[in-house]
Design a protein around this ligand. Structure first.
Ligand code: IPD
Ligand code: CA
Ligand code: CA
Ligand code: CA
Length: 282
């Protein structure tokens, strides 16, 4: 697999195009497409999640039939090129169901196996919020960009705020009750140490908001590759860091993304974890 500059540009342009197309589809909120069903009252999915994923998968199969596909909803496919498309057709489905305009389509091309933590790297990706008109994209080595509605595209960069007590921190909560109870115990000692906390409800957008500096940092436990594939590349290309706790790679276990305060947040979260104790086994 040779990832030359022309191919990376191509993958980036395609990711942005297909994410934008799927974003328009979900924004239509087709009749009967937005009622929720899934495994639990907190973990919801709609017919539009499935339709958006099917659209993206169809476009990818036509554009690069040799690539693999790995999305949140059913319908994964193996490939032979070494590239896998990692897709969250609607990130922020709870917002989507409630018609809160903080959801997005996330599409990324990754190299390696997205099922194995630390064994894959995103090389191009895009995140599109159809309601705010915010679009974010990046390719490896090419920097990260943002466009808002009809305004021109601009390069983005992470926050330079070093002082955690002045930092606005995003986070999110998993779907299992035991995870949530543990996350609440981690949050309690953190809250008095930072400027404030935001829980917007879309991990992909949270990462993009770290990338453009509107959040100083973000952390969450329990993310899946489709939540973070595009957003984490957008953060690193915007000059930020994405890691796990204590030097580990970002994974389901933990993701910390940020600008200048990311390292201090990492240290504080490590100290809090030592007091709170490990996450309960599922
Ligand atoms: C969820 C959102 C949410 C995060 C959860 C994710 P979904 O994705 O990104 O912000 O806190 O961990 O599962 O289910 O809406 O695609
Ligand atoms: Ca989901
Ligand atoms: Ca998601
Ligand atoms: Ca989703």
């Amino acid at each position: 697999l040779r990832l030359d500059a022309a191919l990376l540009r191509d993958l980036e342009g395609f990711a942005l195009g297909v994410a934008s197309e799927a974003a328009l589809l979900i924004a239509e909120r087709a009749e009967a497409g937005v009622s929720a069903t899934k495994s639990s009252p907190t973990d919801v999915v709609t017919e539009m999640d499935r339709r958006a994923q099917a659209l993206i998968e169809e476009r990818i199969a036509a554009y690069r039939p040799q690539d693999a596909f790995f999305g949140e909803e059913d319908g994964n496919r193996a490939g032979s090129s070494g590239i896998t498309w990692v897709v969250d057709p609607i990130d922020g489905t709870v917002n989507y169901v409630y018609d809160i305009p903080a959801y997005a389509v996330s599409v990324a091309a990754v190299v390696g196996d997205p099922r194995t933590p630390g064994a894959w790297t995103p090389v191009a990706g895009a995140v599109v919020n159809p309601v705010s008109g915010e679009r974010f994209w990046a390719r490896a080595g090419g920097g990260a960009s943002r466009q808002r509605g009809r305004l021109g595209a601009t390069r983005i960069g992470v926050s330079t705020q070093r002082d955690l007590s002045l930092a606005l921190i995003g986070t999110g909560f998993g779907y299992e009750p035991a995870t949530r109870a543990w996350q609440a115990r981690v949050l309690a000692p953190l809250l008095p140490r930072v400027r404030d906390i935001r829980r917007f409800g879309s991990a992909a957008l949270d990462l993009c908001h770290v990338a453009d500096g509107s959040l100083d940092a973000y952390y969450e436990r329990g993310l899946n590759p489709w939540d973070m594939a595009a957003g984490s590349l957008i953060v690193t290309e915007a000059g930020g860091t994405v890691s796990g706790l204590d030097g580990a790679p970002a994974s389901r276990d933990f993701v910390i993304a940020g600008g200048a305060c990311a390292n201090d947040l990492n240290l504080l979260l490590q100290a809090i974890h030592e007091k709170v104790g490990p996450h309960p086994a599922p």
